[in-house]
Design a binder for this molecule. Structure first.
Ligand SMILES: [Zn+2]
Length: 85
């Protein structure tokens, strides 16, 4: 393979695009209710799932969050399988 000057190096195969999910995990700065189920409470310092919704964020308790993430994994696995043709 001949070497090209750095400015001309152009990878023929694009790197896998990383899908950015509007999700992250943080810890509650103060106690509040889960935004999926108001009977669930999140205490100060608890882990919670932070979901970007438009310009703001919604926060869900670990119980709800794990269910959402499990559903998302299932959905991604299904897509992965579908793409195998
Ligand atoms: Zn919840």
């Amino acid at each position: 393979m001949e070497s090209l000057p750095p400015s001309k190096v152009n990878c023929s195969m694009a790197r896998p695009k990383s899908l950015t999910l509007p999700l992250s995990v943080d810890r509650a700065l103060k106690g509040h209710a889960c935004q999926h189920n108001s009977n669930h409470s999140i205490a100060k310092g608890d882990l919670r799932l932070k979901v970007a919704v438009g310009r703001s964020y919604e926060h869900y308790c670990v119980t709800c969050a794990r269910a959402f993430v499990a559903q998302a994994i299932e959905r991604l696995q299904k897509l992965h399988t579908e793409l195998e043709g």
